[in-house]
Each structure stands twice: as C-alpha cells, then as structure tokens.
Design a binder for this molecule. Structure first.
Ligand SMILES: Cc1cc2nc3c(=O)[nH]c(=O)nc-3n(C[C@H](O)[C@H](O)[C@H](O)COP(=O)(O)OP(=O)(O)OC[C@H]3O[C@@H](n4cnc5c(N)ncnc54)[C@H](O)[C@@H]3O)c2cc1C
Length: 454
C-alpha cells in the first residue's frame, strides 16, 4: 500500500500513513471493503472550544493528521491566559504545587504584603473544596506519582513544539538558554530540598553553584544570593502571544477554520454533543475537544463530568524599554516569580490569587511584582510598562485533564495545565491527535484521565 502524502505538510512533517490508505476493513452485507476505497474515511470533523495555546496546538496536530478542524473562541487566538505568561518552557517542571508541609507555609505567604499568595476572603468559601483537594494531594506518595506522570508529558516540550514552530516559521521564538534559580541563603535552598530531589530523581539536569558564579552569570542582579541552580535543558518562548497567533495563522493557511464566537451551550443528543450554541449560527459537532482553559468546567458539567477546576490568577508587568538586559530567565523561589527576557522587553510574572474566574483584576498584585523588580534590578527603567492578569486553569493535583470524556466517546478534554500550560500545550496537542487517530500515545495517559475525580 503506498504511503499517503499529506499536502499540508512541509518535508519535516512525516504524514501518518494510517489516515487515508488504511489497513482497516469494514464489514457490510458480509462483504469486506477497504476504507481506502472510499477516500479519506478515517479523517474526522473536529470542533475545538478554545484558541489558547492548548487549543491551537491541538488544532495544529489534528489538522496535520488531515482532519477537518474548526476552532471556536470568543477572542482572537492567544488573548486569554496564553497571552501573558512568563514564557518558561521547562521539560523538568514535574513538581506539583502541593508538596508535604505546604499547609504550614500558607499563613506566612498570606501575612506578607509582598508575598506570592492572596485570597479574596469573600471568595474563600467557594474556593474551599478545591483547596481541600489541593492539600489532600500533598502527601508524599501522591506527590511522587504526580511527578512520575508529569515528567514524561513535559519532557516532550521542545520536541513537540519543534515541528509546529518550524512549519509556522517562528522557530526564533523558542530559546534553549536554560534558566537560573537563586536563593538568598543555603537554609532557603534546603527548605526546597524535596522539590530538587524530585527533579533530580527524574533525570532533570541541575548545576549548583555559589555567589561568585551567580554574579558572573547574571551581574545585573542586585542583592546577595548564596545558592544558584542552573537548569540547562530548560528554556523559554520569547513571546507567548505571538507563538499562539503564529500557530493559529498557519493552521488557517493549512485549511483549518477559526470562528470567533462565544459558546453558550452544547446541544446534546443520545450519542453525544450535536452542536455548539453560539452567539452566531450554531456550530455542528461530530467530535469535540474542550480546551477552554479556566472555563472548561462550564462545558464538562454539560457533558456529564464534574471537575475541580480553579482559576489561579496571576499577574505580569512587562517593561518595554527596561534599559537592562538579562541573558536568561531567572526564578526567585521565595517570591515565586520569573523574570524573562522577552522580545518585547523584560517581563516579571508570578503571583497566585484566588478570587474567582470572573472577578475584576486587582493590579495591586502587579504592583507587588513591580516593587520586586525595582529591588532586584535597580537600574531598570519603568517608563514604559504594561500590567496584565491571567487565569491559570488549575487542577488541585497540578495535573491537566487529557483524554476522553466519561460519557461520550466523541468528546476529548485537554485543559487544566495550571502553571505549565505553555510547556504542556504542544505535548497535549500531540497526545490528543494520537487518541483521536487510535494511535498509542507516546506516554501513559491514564494518570491524566478525568475519571480520577469521579
Ligand atoms: C502569571 C502567569 C505566568 C505563567 N507562566 C507560565 C510559564 O512560564 N510557563 C508555562 O508553561 N505556563 C505558564 N503559565 C500558565 C499558562 O499561561 C496557562 O496554563 C496556559 O496559557 C493555558 O492555556 P489554555 O489554552 O488552556 O487556556 P487559555 O489560554 O486561557 O485559552 C482558553 C480559551 O478558551 C476560550 N473560551 C473560554 N470560554 C469560552 C466560551 N464560552 N466560548 C468561546 N471561547 C471560550 C477563551 O477565550 C480562551 O481563548 C502562566 C500563567 C500565568 C497567569
């Protein structure tokens, strides 16, 4: 059987022979017919809700397989959480947020006006069930299992983005510089020993050094730091918004469809969803992928799956003309922010705020980041800055939901990536395309199933 050629793909995109000329048979009236005889019968009509990095990367991988793909979003691509993140691409980010002892750190974080965590007290009762699950996920055995699941998913970060960015002509956005973590004291570093052990045990390369080497590598950084850790296999995206938009534009050039509409509801028949009820004409559905970020639970609830999804809100300040340069991203673990040298300037991003998905931003949180920036890079010019708030789609166990819906075989979920949605976007898209095609995914996806919350 000849290998099929998919005209959408540049030479590096090796087409999957399974799609058109398939060795699969159908039996009708006792007759065996090859699906290849009837044209591209294995390709599907697929609708994706959400044009963030997860939805767009998924759309690219599905289109690459020859499917007829439509992405529906009320915003242009990459204008929600995928717009303003810290840009970090870290295949080694396998440590969940909830680890043993997290509960005892929370009062200190909350009491510190410059700290990384805030809760809008009126929202606390609503957040409580999620927070209780978060704490329940912090036991040692669970943490090891989560790290075991996250590492293979995120290990593919660069590998999964590479064909997409090459095809879209934006390989320049992916920078493999590594990143640097700095601790003011050895005691602070020892306090995080478990997280570093979890990474090292899973093969993440880490180089440790002292104050002199930190100064040599990042002379711009003010303050005294006793311990530095350099993670050479990590990197960053120089503009997460441009990445999402460029992949979306390529998806459209390849024949994919983008519809700018709000999805209000899903019409469900006996076999699953039939149509999306939108602000415009309804969008017919044959196969559905939910990639709606922090709003995904609004759709899973309609599809029969209740998921503990919370908007973990974060902030950034971007300095367009900072007059200071950094050679690589730097992370300050006591305050939990990254400073990243992006193509549009220097960006400081971090903070976790529980206030509900629809509450207005509280830019006092961004001002906290700006104060930190002034402290660590005193020469920085704040003449031209922008502030932003984004909603991380977070599950209490720090693991995304990837896989089929419980009730319907034609519905897939790809959401809940929390702090690592940029890293996880392309790996997730590739996994969803494998599941849709019936190919075995490259990793065990069982830990990511929605059933874990049943
Ligand atoms: C401050 C901050 C820093 C971060 N730093 C990093 C980092 O360095 N590295 C990393 O990997 N991750 C980082 N993240 C996390 C990352 O940004 C997210 O995990 C990721 O963007 C989620 O992508 P998504 O596609 O799932 O969601 P989104 O980008 O939020 O996309 C969801 C889309 O669904 C659409 N949608 C929702 N409801 C509807 C509806 N009813 N109708 C139509 N459309 C709808 C929205 O409009 C949106 O476009 C950071 C996040 C924040 C806030």
């Amino acid at each position: 059987m000849p290998a099929c050629h998919n005209p959408l793909m540049d030479p590096p995109f090796v087409p999957y022979p399974i799609l058109r000329a398939v060795a699969c048979t159908i039996h009708a009236n006792g007759e065996t017919r090859f699906l290849a005889d009837t044209g591209p019968a294995m390709t599907k009509r697929i609708t994706i809700i959400g044009a963030g990095i997860v939805g767009i990367a998924t759309a690219c991988y599905l289109r690459r397989d020859g499917h007829d793909v439509t992405v529906v979003d009320m915003r242009p691509p990459g204008e929600y959480c995928s717009f303003g993140n810290a840009g970090i691409l870290s295949p080694g980010s396998c440590v969940p947020l909830a680890t043993p002892g997290i509960l005892w750190k929370v009062p200190g974080y909350l009491a510190d006006p410059m700290g990384p965590l805030t809760v809008r007290w009126s929202y606390l009762p609503r957040a409580m069930p999620w927070l209780l699950r978060f704490i329940a996920a912090s036991g040692m055995e669970r943490v090891e299992r989560i790290a075991d699941a996250l590492r293979p998913l995120l290990k593919q970060t660069f590998d999964a983005y590479e064909p997409l960015v090459k095809h879209a002509g934006v390989s320049d956005l992916i920078r493999r510089t590594g990143y640097l973590v700095v601790y003011p004291t050895r005691e602070a570093y020892v306090g995080d020993a478990l997280a570093w052990k979890l990474r090292r045990d899973r093969g993440v390369a880490i180089e440790e050094f002292g104050a002199v080497e930190i100064k040599r590598r990042v002379p711009q950084l003010a303050g005294d730091y006793e311990v530095g850790l350099y993670l050479p296999e990590q990197g960053y995206c120089a503009n997460p918004e441009r990445l999402t938009k460029a992949l979306a534009a390529q998806f459209v050039r390849d024949g994919g469809t983008l519809l700018q509409r709000k999805v209000f509801d899903i019409e469900i028949g006996a076999d699953g969803p039939r149509a999306l009820i939108t602000g415009g004409e309804n969008v017919p559905v044959e196969t559905l992928v939910v990639c709606a970020g922090a709003h995904s639970n609004e759709f899973t609830a309609k599809l029969g799956d209740s998921v503990p999804l919370e908007a973990e809100r974060g902030y950034h300040v971007t300095y367009s003309d900072p007059r200071v340069e950094l050679p690589l991203p730097v992370f300050l673990p006591e305050h939990k922010f990254f400073v990243t040298p992006m193509e549009m300037g220097l960006r400081i991003a971090g903070q976790t705020e529980f206030a509900g998905v629809n509450a207005a931003p509280d830019y006092a949180r961004a001002d906290v980041l700006a104060k930190h920036m002034q402290r660590i890079l005193p020469g920085i010019s704040a003449a031209d800055t922008t502030k932003w708030m984004g909603r991380r789609p977070s599950m209490p166990d720090s693991m995304p939901v990837i896989g089929r819906a419980t009730k319907f075989a034609n519905v897939y979920y790809a959401f809940g990536h929390g702090h690592v949605g940029l890293c996880g976007g392309a790996p997730t898209g590739r996994i969803i395309s494998d599941l849709v095609a019936g190919r075995p995914p490259s990793i065990d996806v069982a830990p990511f199933r929605v059933e874990r919350f049943s």
